[in-house]
Design a protein around this ligand. Sequence first.
Ligand code: HEC
Length: 155
Amino acid sequence: MKKIPYCAILLTLSSSPLLAEDKVDFEKQIYPLIKTSCVTCHRPAYDETKDGQTRTKKPKAGIIFSTKEGILTAKGEDEKLVLVPGDADKSRMLQVTLLPIDDDMHFPPKDKAPQWTKIDQELFAKWIKSGADFGSWTADPAPNEGLEWDGKEKP
Ligand code: HEC
């Protein structure tokens, strides 16, 4: 009987473009979604000057989504972690975006930041289910920049 070149098969599999595409890249594919839709309200405390008065703005609900540590330690009102690696159903960080838009606990609030599309939500769920790997990303170096929104929802 002919011997099957086992290594050759493995090599072919691991270099298949389909498998390579399967891995979700946090920095390239996930963080941009969080930045545009969540970081406006969930960033480290910062000073804002309006009408000559400077005020310190605190992260909403004490939640910071612009750092890996912030995301991994963020808790909801129920004191449970909002990201549960491996379990998209238990991850409130995803579930709040899926609630009806008029629900008090739907985030981002209507008209405050762009909503996640179905594709965004599916990608985020996939990232959670595959273990929520951050790669080498640890923090957004400029959480206060690039947050402007033209008020238009994504198509
Ligand atoms: C305009 C401000 C704003 C934006 C944008 C925003 N949030 Fe929030 N978020 C809040 C506030 C305020 C709370 C505190 C809950 C409350 O009292 O309404 C909160 C609370 C939460 C909670 C805790 C919910 C709980 O169970 O206690 C989660 C999770 C959350 N936000 C996720 C997100 C995600 C994910 C995004 C982006 C997709 C986002 N938020 C965008 C303002 C915002």
